[in-house]
Design a protein around this ligand. Sequence first.
Ligand code: APR
Length: 305
Amino acid sequence: MAINKLGLIGGGNIGGVLFAEAAKRRLAKRIGFMDIKPPDLAKGKALDIAEGAPTISTDIHYDAGKEFNVLEGSEIVINTAGVPRTKRPDGTIPTREELLQTNIKITKSVAEGIQKYCPDATIISIANPLDAIVYTLYKILQPPKNKLMGMAGQLDSGRYRYFVAQEAGVSVENIEALVLGGHGDTMVPITRLATIGGIPAEEIIPKDRLDAIVERVRFAGGELVKLFGNGSAYYAPAASAIEMAEAYLKDKKRVIPSAALCEGEFGVDGYFIGVPTVIGAGGIEKILEFKLLPEEQEMLNKTLI
Ligand code: APR
């Protein structure tokens, strides 16, 4: 059953895919779509996607524009407002943390908009640096902790699963893999828990190949920034956030790694960090804590620094 309204803040690369996918899956009866970019990016993209709706046999109802009022009444919002990483002229790429100054300012205005037009909405945030932006939203809005989450773990785990599937020559559907920690180069892929059809991946893929996969996962975002030249990953991030939104909207109780406020779990207290969560109608309904090996715990502690 579709909810009444889904709000999307930011109508750039990720926002556009979110709008199209949410419409295709009929996640909400109405979509609120907001972007400050003139002359009116959100309105334009929404119209473009709506004009394709008859072809893909879906119905789209939306409010789109440059002001936050289009979000009025949203039960859930997905936030992508912010600058992405972009390759510098010398070919180097910035870290996600280097986006902080600009994106914190944007996040403050996003928080004001949410406060004013949909203060009770559950929030999924994607803008980078992920963990810091989610924490900023938390500080300003002070929502119940189950109603605020960051999208990163599903993306990082998805990348891990895809690379393992390729290496093993099997379907991605048979791969489970978990990445914990921050959404940066210090993320913590838990290799011993990666499985291929239920069999530990370590028993099927040689250690040096698995190590190379872990390294690729850590820098997978940067690999795309280099290939794109003028922006960062957007399809897989959007698909990941839509899975989270759908788990919430359909009360699926799916286990999805996401950035959640930890209060003692995994030895983390008072910070948002990527952990396995159960997402259902209550938002983050549970954090699934398990015992980490000492070296995994050490890696996790490092992501907080
Ligand atoms: N309010 C609303 N929208 C804003 C605001 C704001 N205050 N400031 C910027 N935006 C919009 C921009 O106009 C732009 O259209 O956010 C959009 C971001 O879109 P892109 O530049 O295409 O970036 P995208 O690839 O979608 O990534 C968005 O998610 O993954 C992260 O690092 C990425 O921080 C980036 C964010």
